[in-house]
Design a protein around this ligand. Sequence first.
Ligand SMILES: Cc1ncc(C[n+]2csc(CCOP(=O)(O)OP(=O)(O)O)c2C)c(N)n1
Ligand SMILES: [Mg+2]
Length: 389
Amino acid sequence: MSQPVQPWSGPPVTAGLADAVTASDEMVQLLTPEGRRVQHPEFAFTGDDAEIAGYLREMVLARRYDQEGTSLQRQGELGLWPPLLGQEAAQIGSGRAVRDTDMIFPTYREHGVAMLRDVPVANMLGLFRGTSMGDWDIEATRFAQYQIIIGAQTLHATGYAMGIQHDGAVGNPDPERNAAVLAFHGDGASSQGDVNESYVFAASFRAPVVFFCTNNQWAISEPTIRQSRIPLYQRAWGYGFPGIRVDGNDVLAVKVVTDWAMERAREGQGPAFIEAFTYRMGAHTTSDDPSKYRLSEETEAWRRKDPIERVKTYLLGVGAIDEAWLADLDAEADEFGEHVRAACKSLRSEPLAHRFDKVFRVPTAEVEDQRDAHISYLAGFEAAEGSSR
Ligand SMILES: Cc1ncc(C[n+]2csc(CCOP(=O)(O)OP(=O)(O)O)c2C)c(N)n1
Ligand SMILES: [Mg+2]
């Protein structure tokens, strides 16, 4: 008879986050917080330093994008902004592991991935300025609209993955047709019903979908340790696919682990779950005040694991970049920041009537009736306003 499974003996749910934030040997790491390259028995980064410098550049630009978003909200130019601060490596590493043929389903925080996917800044900011619904070209960017309903995108992603599987994308030797799906979700989302249903469907159909769980330790004010007795990646095995924890602040490890998961999905080995162990350095959104529920010591401890600093330290140490290179990057980030601000301030609301045209690709008669009713209501309203002046 087999041995009964031992209950997990990790930190009790009441433990401080100190235990959870400690790097564990279960976690794939290739670049330490001190900027030292380390070996892993199963995963190796084979790119060169020029490639790593490219990731550094993209992480710096993503951080600038985010800082501008937060500032624009503070200046009243955006209604809301969900900061990505601290999650740059998780986003750039995973975003660089997808191919043009792959499809991405984001949450509401993957601005860095959106940037890599050429989602226009104006479309992204329009969503948070309330001038549009985002409306970027999903087919051209292969980056789905943001999803505010927690976890709902994992259902869309799994359904989409089953669709491309049906269309012959999986295991296809033609690189133009071979594809998989990358579905982002948070640690909090992993407790949602929708997300668990996605896991079940993905496993049962061996759908080509990779669940990329950004464990930033918090779901607004709820810490991860309060919602799972075991590390999140260990849950995956219960559904029937591999789960792996990666240092989410290590861009090299995230890239390599996501490459591995996406490739096995493209080949037909089914789903995988990646837990990117990282930290939300900022507020949940600009409407949130994290000082109400977490200690500054915790944030400080994570600041020492900054995803950008470790790459800088490494590249400076091996002489792949120098201060002049960094100054050029700063200048590029300044220019990008100006572009973000200008794009935001030029956005104007489009007529509400346009919204009706975006409900379905081909509007139903009912939606057309509603649009016409809205237009005639507006015309009547404007006429009444005019006559009362
Ligand atoms: C179905 C649903 N329930 C609740 C909310 C409110 N809500 C917005 S963000 C959030 C927490 C999400 O946490 P997590 O999945 O860890 O993602 P993070 O925000 O940390 O990136 C909640 C509960 C929502 N948007 N949708
Ligand atoms: Mg979270």
